[in-house]
Ligand binder design. Structure first.
Ligand code: OAD
Length: 250
């Protein structure tokens, strides 16, 4: 049986569904992934732009990298994969998106429950007093931005290498993963932990794992079904199949 059909059958038996996403889900919106040819980590050294030490050394360099990412993300539009994931909420009212992405495209596509494991490009917080705020202006009026309350340097509200994930977000992601009947794993290489561990949690508690990725990821060993295709093609096809299966049973 073809993998999209197998995945649709697995989903048709599920109630609690988690969609775990990585940069690959936004690739067809024109946003670069991290690893591989043309990836963000090929053009930039992580230690220069995505660590607290880099920010301490050269906040302007770090901000230029994030200003570029904010500009690209603002220009990008949700693609058919983001839209299909948002539409799945109609079939699975408890569906949760757990994303490693910071671009906000799931929310713009209409997903209402999104756990952002690595933070958001659209959140800033003061490195001195900790005040957090949302800011969607592109470009920001001042680089690096400064806190309106204490005058300290503001930093991007994203998780950097060497930093822990937001505790409450990770705990909630672990909870929903452990209760999932099915987990869709879309567009992630699965090499960054603790995020990748959520797929192990879901599998260990009995979820069917459906991987959507043109290349098998490091988590492929956990997959019940692998769909070797682009997310923007596979996810609309999967939703259509699922509706057919449900229609045939009604
Ligand atoms: P990666 O760049 O590591 O992996 C992207 C994955 O997407 C690869 O497995 C590709 O095969 C796949 N892919 C590419 N195009 C695709 C498409 N059209 N449809 C489906 N899949 C596609 O990105 P992540 O796994 O998201 O962390 O990386 C995880 C974390 O590493 C990021 O959140 C970031 C990074 O360092 C932080 O910055 C903390």
């Amino acid at each position: 049986m073809e993998p999209v059909m197998r995945a649709a059958l697995l989903l048709s038996r599920a109630k609690n569904v988690v969609v775990f996403t990585g940069a690959g889900v936004s690739a067809e919106s024109g946003l670069a992934t991290f690893r591989g040819a043309g990836g963000l980590w090929e053009g930039h050294r992580v230690e220069d732009v995505a660590t607290p030490e880099a920010f301490g050394r050269d906040p302007l360099l770090v901000w230029r990298f994030y200003a570029m990412r904010r500009e690209n993300a603002k220009k990008a539009q949700p693609n058919p994969a983001h839209k299909a994931i948002a539409k799945l909420e109609e079939l699975f009212p408890s569906l949760v998106v757990v994303t490693q992405n910071v671009d906000g495209l799931h929310q713009r596509a209409g997903s209402t429950r999104v756990l952002e494991l690595h933070g958001s490009l659209w959140r800033l917080f003061c490195a001195k007093c900790g005040r957090t705020r949302e800011d969607h202006q592109v470009p920001l009026p001042q680089l690096p931005p400064r806190c309106g309350v204490c005058g300290g340097l503001e930093r991007p509200g994203v998780v950097w290498f060497g930093e822990p994930l937001p505790e409450a977000v990770l705990a909630e992601a672990e909870r929903v993963s452990s209760q999932a009947d099915a987990m869709l794993v879309v567009g992630t290489s699965g090499v960054v932990w603790p995020a990748a561990g959520l797929v192990e949690v879901a599998a260990a508690w009995g979820a069917a794992v459906i991987e959507v990725n043109p290349e098998p990821s490091a988590l492929a060993y956990l997959a019940t079904v692998q769909i070797p295709a682009k997310a923007g093609e596979a996810l609309p096809a999967l939703t259509a199949r699922l509706l057919e299966v449900q229609g045939a049973r009604a």
